[in-house]
Design a binder for this molecule. Sequence first.
Ligand code: NAD
Length: 393
Amino acid sequence: MTDSFSRRGLIQLGLGGAAAGVLAPGQAGAQRPDSEKLGFAVVGLGKLALGQIVPGFLNCSSAKLAALVSGHPDKARALAAAQGLPVDAIYDYGNFDRIAHNPRIQIVYIALPNFLHAEYTIRALKAGKHVLCEKPMATSIADCEAMIAAAKAADRRLMIAYRCQYEPLNLEAMRRLRSGALGRPRLVVTDMGRQSDLAEPSDAWRLDMAKSGGGALADMGIYGVNASRYLLNEEPVEVRAWAQTNRSDPRFRTTEDLISWQFRFPSGAIGEGSTSFSYAGTMAYRVLCEHGRLVADPGAFYGGNRLTVEGTAGERQPKLPEIDQFAREMDWMADVVRGKAPLVSPGEEGLQDMRLMRAILDSVARGGATIRTDWGYRRAFDPAAVVGVPAPA
Ligand code: NAD
């Protein structure tokens, strides 16, 4: 479906806006009646699900909560009651496949630790459901490929939850760069990391290589890998990286801590990235162009992001709407399933980041050796061309 979603097809669907981009109906604020919203099953009731995803349905116009999947029956029952869900909307990991018989569920949102993404994505697809899967897509390239193949075999949509590709500040940054007003981008610098705490269960699995697939890089650095690609709208052809990891710190027994990498892009731009699980919380980037620069600091928080554009006509600090990023991507997914929005962040997007993160770790293991990364991947849709920015409230 992604490939057939041509510019022409978008125009036929009323989604082919001008260069300023387009809004999918769910994003345009058209509130559908509850009976027309698509039902989501949320799998894994951890920090993200409880803090962002479940509350996010309140702000959705096209999506609604339909079921919960958890290994903790008490937690699931209490949440279901609070959300007005019937008891038969609660599943556990053993009876999960029975979602196949629940017509109230159209989409499954995978919010589990990374090492479980592939298994539950594939089971959901086999149950005939569409899948919205959290980043990183999985813990290995082979798992990503198996997930993409399963979606194809089931003829279901698989979207990776790259919320920044649907977020106003990031979309504005992409459009400023695409407009050419700043000249050619020369250097993109992304810094994405935070302090980690082994005593936190949700960090314990992130610090375990087998469960996270890459520590800070897989959890936070992935935002920078992804951002450098969508900011430049091209793919790196080479990477080299090195790491500083204190192996006597009990947090870093199996994963790297501080990693710094360099991507070489075909346009001649260079992408520098850092990630760490031992520096203060940072999700920032800057793009240095021929005639100006663009700074997003923070650039990927849930809210309160700030964009500064220097050296160009237009607003220096454009006023951008604060939105519920999780509601927006769930609405987008619902509209993808309805055939009313393009699949901007499909499984292939997640696979590309997984390959690049592997290449970064390979380079680290080989003392900073240059690794070729020109695998021929091209994104199906430029978010800047197809995802709209709502007007400021
Ligand atoms: P978490 O540890 O808080 O939640 C994971 C849930 O999975 C818990 O409820 C846990 O009980 C359950 N679980 C089931 N089987 C498990 C097992 N075998 N081992 C461990 N837990 C198991 O993690 P989280 O912070 O909610 O992250 C979940 C996913 O969401 C991750 O993939 C993460 O990368 C992603 N995430 C994305 C964003 C974003 O901004 N898009 C933010 C945070 C997390």
